[in-house]
Design a binder for this molecule. Structure first.
Ligand SMILES: [Zn+2]
Length: 102
């Protein structure tokens, strides 16, 4: 898979986060948030299967309830899951004030 470097602007917005760790290991940890989403999650699973890669899916509970078949597919394909709230607003399109109030 191609290496995608995080844009400089994102690293400047969140300077307190760790963006680089020197290592000799060629290892990457893949995570996907907000699913399962029809079409999107299935496509991601297909891509991961092509490379025999495993990932962790941080799922939204409401989406799991709506798309249990896709959630089960994540697990039967040997991936891990984690909780990513029951339901949340889209952080990219919500004012911080509104987002933090809920
Ligand atoms: Zn999210």
């Amino acid at each position: 898979m191609p290496f995608v470097k995080t844009p400089v602007i994102v690293r400047k917005i969140y300077p307190e986060l760790i963006w680089h760790l020197p290592t000799q290991e060629k290892k990457i940890y893949l995570t996907f948030d907000d699913g399962p989403i029809p079409g999107v999650t299935s496509w991601v699973l297909e891509q991961l299967n092509k490379y025999n890669a495993k990932a962790t899916f941080f799922c939204v509970g409401d989406n799991v309830s709506k798309h249990k078949d896709i959630y089960d597919l994540i697990l039967t394909n040997g991936h891990s899951t984690g909780n990513h709230t029951h339901n949340h607003l889209n952080g990219w399109f919500t004012l911080n004030k509104t987002y933090l109030k809920i």
